[in-house]
Design a protein around this ligand. Sequence first.
Ligand SMILES: [Zn+2]
Length: 157
Amino acid sequence: MTDESTKRTLRFIHIPEKVAEEARRTRIDAFGHHLKSYQGRESCRVCLNISREPEDFLLLSYRPLPDRNPYAEVGPIFIHERECTPYGSLDEFPEDFRSRALVLRAYDGDGEIVDATVAAAGEGERAAANFLDNPTVEEVHVRHPTYTCFDFKVVRG
Ligand SMILES: [Zn+2]
């Protein structure tokens, strides 16, 4: 698969804006945790930027799959504490994530895992495309290579 066709056929999906809006407004996440501010250079799961300078973030629990089976794990994610612009280039791999190795997990339509890999820096887009060539795979989750926190989803365009 060429890079051109990859760009046409993949979508890169940030967390729902409603999740971020409620966390910022209520300071409580969907799992009842009271949220506090963190300052650091983190990756925001709404705008899909990795900050270069320390910024204020909220840390909350998020479950990227519907709660249908044991694969529906809950984990920590950072979002900007301030309102930020949701990632808009849905057909382009988030630039900030090209420079790091990534864990990729592929799930079927029932939220059961199909495959997983560690992609080297710059290889995440191709690895996601390879998983999505398998018709069984419905979505690929991109995660941090060591902490393994959820970053964003990849689906077919
Ligand atoms: Zn952000």
